[in-house]
Design a protein around this ligand. Sequence first.
Ligand SMILES: Nc1ncnc2c1ncn2[C@@H]1O[C@H](COP(=O)(O)OP(=O)(O)O)[C@@H](O)[C@H]1O
Ligand SMILES: [Mg+2]
Length: 263
Amino acid sequence: MVDTPAQSNAGDKIDDLAISGRIRFENVTFGYGDVEEDIVLNSINIHIPEGKTLALVGPSGGGKTTLASLIPRFYEVEQGRITIDEIDIRDFDLGFLRRQIGIIQQDVFIFAGTIGENLAIAKPEASQQELIDALKKAEAWEFVSDLPSGLDTQIGQRGVKLSGGQKQRIALARVFLKNPPILILDEATSALDNKTERYIQRTLETLSVGRTTLVIAHRLSTIEKADQILVLSKDGILEEGNHTQLMNQKGFYYHLRQGEATI
Ligand SMILES: Nc1ncnc2c1ncn2[C@@H]1O[C@H](COP(=O)(O)OP(=O)(O)O)[C@@H](O)[C@H]1O
Ligand SMILES: [Mg+2]
C-alpha cells in the first residue's frame, strides 16, 4: 500500500500527469443515505490493471452504476479509497480527473446545436479534421456526411432527429476525441435493438483497446471477452473470475447464462 497524506490542500491538487489508468478500490464503502441499511457498497476491493477490462454483472439495484459513478467522483467514498495509478482520486483536480475518464451510458446527452458543437464539448480545441476523424472511428461519418449540412447540421430540439444508434455513435465519437485512458460503459447498448447493438458493440471493442475499461452490461455476450468478471449484488461481490472460470464454477453467472437467474 502506498503511503499518501491523509489531507491535501485545495490548491495542491494534481492536474498535470500522464495517467496509465490502473484502478483500485480499497475497502470502499458507500451508501446514499446516512443509516447503515442504506449501504450500497460494503468494503469492496477491486483491481483493474492498466488497459484491462473488468465487467460487472448482477441483479438490478446491486450497485453497479453506483460503483462506476464513484470513479469520476459523482459521489464521494465514505470509507476506504479509490486510487488511479496508486494516487487517491481525491488528490486529483476534479476537472483533470474527469478528463481521464470517458463514459458511455444508455442515454446520450444531445443538446440543441450542430453536430460539430455536440462533439466539441469533448475537446473544445479540436479542429474540423479531428471531428471528422473521430466520427470515422465511431463509424458515424457515413450518416453525418449524408446529412444536408454535414457537421453543421442542427440536431437536438428542432433539429434533425437522430436514431438511438446514431446518438450512441455521437457518444462514441466524443470519447474517441477525448481519448481518455479510462473508459466506463454503463449499459451503453441496452436501449438498442439487437441488430444495432451488435453493430455498435464492434466499435465499443475498438474504443476499449488500450484503455482501462469498466463495462456494465445486461447482455452477457458483451462481457465474455472481459479479462475479469465480477458478480455484484446487495451482498457484495458474489463471484469473480473470467468467463470460463465462472462457467465452471456453476454459480450465479452460470445460471445467468442458462437463463435460470434473472438480472
Ligand atoms: N441517486 C440515488 N439516490 C439514492 N439511492 C440511489 C441512487 N442511485 C441508486 N440508488 C440506490 O442504490 C442501489 C444501487 O443502485 P444502482 O447502483 O443503480 O444499481 P445497478 O446499477 O446495479 O442496477 C439501489 O438500491 C438504488 O435504489
Ligand atoms: Mg445501473
